[in-house]
Design a protein around this ligand. Structure first.
Ligand SMILES: Nc1nc2c(ncn2[C@@H]2O[C@H](COP(=O)(O)OP(=O)(O)OP(=O)(O)O)[C@@H](O)[C@H]2O)c(=O)[nH]1
Ligand SMILES: [Mg+2]
Length: 188
């Protein structure tokens, strides 16, 4: 008998310039796969990921909205933010423009979401040697930054789980559940 109970479904959005590795990060995280062929996302790709909260019977379904970073999708994209619980903003460690554009992605996220949501910044492609100077300084100081390689599966889980933990931690505190006494929530 399947005793898994989906406690809640939470929407996560992944944004950032085209080609920074948003789709690759999701594919590595969910399917443990990487492809070096670049196939740009048309509109949005939606993937689900279920995980259980440690020491509880609760399973949470994260619905990951992997948005296209291409500028011509901007008009459609603003509608996709509705109802999201958290965002990952991705830049490419070898692409200075994608790093500078982080603040406009954060602005778009704030303007298009119906509430303030936790954000983490991901600097991806750490396996490449070109221009790695970029990862010495986080682009926006207020948000946690994780350096990843979707190719080598380096820190990919850390990036997703740090966002998941922040979101679920906030929800538990809000609900004033028993678990709210735990300052740190983690997943199995
Ligand atoms: N070396 C290296 N290449 C990567 C990494 N992540 C992604 N790539 C490559 O970068 C290219 C773009 O990756 P995508 O994941 O499609 O980028 P995206 O951000 O989803 O792009 P859009 O859908 O156009 O917004 C592909 O050729 C990937 O193989 C990485 O960590 N290291
Ligand atoms: Mg994509």
């Amino acid at each position: 008998m399947d005793r898994k109970v989906i406690e809640t479904s939470l929407k996560i959005i992944i944004i950032g310039d085209g080609g920074t590795g948003k789709t690759s990060l999701v594919n590595q995280f969910v399917h443990k796969k990487f492809s070096s062929i670049y196939k740009t996302t048309i509109g949005v790709d939606i993937t689900t990921y279920e995980t259980s909260v440690k020491n509880t019977a609760k399973t949470i379904r994260f619905v990951i909205w992997d948005m296209s970073g291409q500028t011509h999708f901007k008009k459609f994209r603003t509608h996709f933010y509705t109802g999201s619980s958290g965002a990952i903003v991705v830049y490419d460690l070898t692409n200075a423009l994608s790093y500078r554009n982080i603040s406009s992605w954060i602005k778009e996220c704030h303007n298009s979401s119906n509430k303030a949501i936790p954000i983490i910044i991901v600097g991806n492609k750490a396996d490449l040697d070109e221009l790695q100077i970029l990862h010495t300084k986080p682009p926006v100081q207020e948000y946690p930054t994780v350096i990843t390689s979707a190719k080598n599966n380096w820190n990919v889980e850390k990036a997703f789980f740090s966002l998941f933990e922040t979101i679920v931690g906030q929800i538990l505190v809000k609900k004033e559940e028993q678990l709210a006494e735990t300052t740190h929530v983690s997943f199995e």
